[in-house]
Every structure is written in structure tokens, then in C-alpha cells.
Design a protein around this ligand. Structure first.
Ligand SMILES: [Zn+2]
Length: 249
């Protein structure tokens, strides 16, 4: 019960927390995932055979103003069909990274307001790591909007709205900018002064203001609803019909 509350609080709903250590300078949250069926990245066959595991320390966002590490028991599975050994995927972690996705998000938000030294101190990441990540993900000085533009939102830490909006270049996997909220008025105002003629395609979820923005503010781009959102809406629609039909029986 307590563990469930903590996982919710931490936004780590697909993992089990085994224990939490409150150190002087930081928290250590020990986590693991339940053993489950995984798809082999090589031959796509299913397996739930654990090969081994090892402990990895991953830096996360601060908790109660204190640095925080996830101590992850990283499981390696073995495919019984082709023999391939592979690490399980995690929703909160990019492959080969030692910081969580949301720490990267926090960093990308903070670099807009603070200098690298302050961001390093705030996130706990090294100065050179902050610069490296900034260079990797931010197209800061490249003010030309990309031909293919992606708009999406994430639950941020900003006080300006529940969701913050991320403008991305999905082809080059870079962040173009981060906007305080996803309201149509904010988005329109943001794009008003930018050169938008080059935008040929906009990738988005089904949040109506994104569509309105793309149709009104850009020059007839192709709109692409990304597969994840499209499939999810279809599943919901089928489910509604199923419930209705079932009621009549
Ligand atoms: Zn395999």
C-alpha cells in the first residue's frame, strides 16, 4: 500500500520499489520491475527467461529539494529461440543513459532560464554533461523551423500550466523549443514571428488546438497523427461499441 503511494508520487508506476534510503546528500530509491514476457529485439519471439541482472545507479529529478538516484536492478533476458541476451526496456529511461528522461526534460526547461552552471547545480549533473546534452538536444541557435515539425506535451514542473509544450524536429531528434503551456493562444503567439513557410508536415496527437494551429498558422502542411494516439482512440471506440452491444443482450 505504502509502496503504491510512493510509486505514484514518484511517477514510476511500472516498477516495484524495494526500499528507500535517505542519505545526507540524496535519496536512493531501490527499484526493480516484475518479471514479465518480453519480445526479443532480434527475432521478435516472446520470452520470460531471465539471464542475469545487475545494479545500475541512475540520476533522477530532485525529491523534496534533495538529489535523487534510482538504484535499478536491471534485468537481462535471454531469448530461447535465438539465444540473444537483452536488457528489458524502461519507460523512464533511454537506452545507455544514466539519467532519467524526466531529468533531461527538466534540464531542457531550465536551460532557457538559467546558465549552465546553475542548471548543473540544480539537476546534479556535471557541467560538461549539461553542455553535452544541451548540444545534443537543443537547436537553440538554429532558428529556422524544420520542414517536419512535431508538437507534443509533457507534464512539466512549470507553474504556467499543467502541461508544457515541446516543439521538436523529429527527423533530427532535436528539441526546437519548450513553451510554458499548450493553449492555442500561447501557441499562436509563439509562432507569429517565426518563419513558418518551410513547414511541410506537422506530427501531433489529437489535441484540437494543435490542429487548429497547424491549419490557421502554417501554410497547408500535411497533418500526421502519430500512431500511438491513433491506435489508442480506436481501441477506446471499439470498447464503447462493445459495452453498448453487451448491454442489449
Ligand atoms: Zn530471439
Amino acid at each position: 500500500m505504502h509502496s503504491h503511494f510512493i510509486t505514484k508520487l514518484l511517477g514510476l508506476e511500472d516498477v516495484e520499489i524495494t526500499h528507500v534510503e535517505d542519505q545526507i546528500t540524496h535519496f536512493e530509491i531501490h527499484i526493480q520491475t516484475p518479471v514479465k514476457v518480453q519480445k526479443c529485439p532480434c527475432c521478435q519471439k516472446e520470452t520470460s527467461s531471465v539471464h542475469d541482472d545487475r545494479i545500475q545507479k541512475i540520476r533522477d529529478v530532485k525529491v523534496f529539494e534533495k538529489y535523487c538516484f534510482l538504484i535499478l536492478r536491471k534485468r537481462r533476458y535471454r531469448c530461447k529461440s535465438c539465444g540473444k541476451r537483452f536488457y528489458e526496456p524502461y519507460s523512464f529511461l533511454e537506452r545507455y543513459q544514466r539519467h532519467t528522461k524526466r531529468l533531461l526534460q527538466a534540464l531542457l526547461v531550465k536551460v532557457r532560464e538559467y546558465n549552465f552552471k546553475q542548471v548543473a547545480k540544480e539537476t546534479g549533473l556535471g557541467h560538461s554533461t549539461v553542455i553535452r546534452l544541451f548540444d545534443k538536444y537543443y537547436s537553440y541557435d538554429n532558428k529556422a523551423l524544420p520542414k517536419v515539425l512535431a508538437i507534443d506535451e509533457f507534464k512539466g514542473t512549470s507553474e504556467t500550466g499543467k502541461y508544457q509544450c515541446i516543439i521538436g524536429d523529429p527527423v533530427n531528434r532535436r528539441v526546437y523549443d519548450i513553451i510554458p503551456n499548450r493553449n492555442l493562444s500561447t501557441l499562436k503567439e509563439y509562432f507569429r514571428t517565426l518563419p513558418r513557410e518551410k513547414i511541410q508536415m506537422v506530427v501531433m496527437d489529437m489535441w484540437q488546438p494543435y490542429k487548429t494551429l497547424a491549419l490557421k498558422s502554417f501554410d497547408k502542411p500535411i497533418l500526421v497523427v502519430d500512431r500511438f494516439h491513433y491506435v489508442r482512440l480506436n481501441v477506446w471506440a471499439v470498447e464503447r461499441v462493445r459495452k453498448r452491444v453487451q448491454k442489449n443482450f
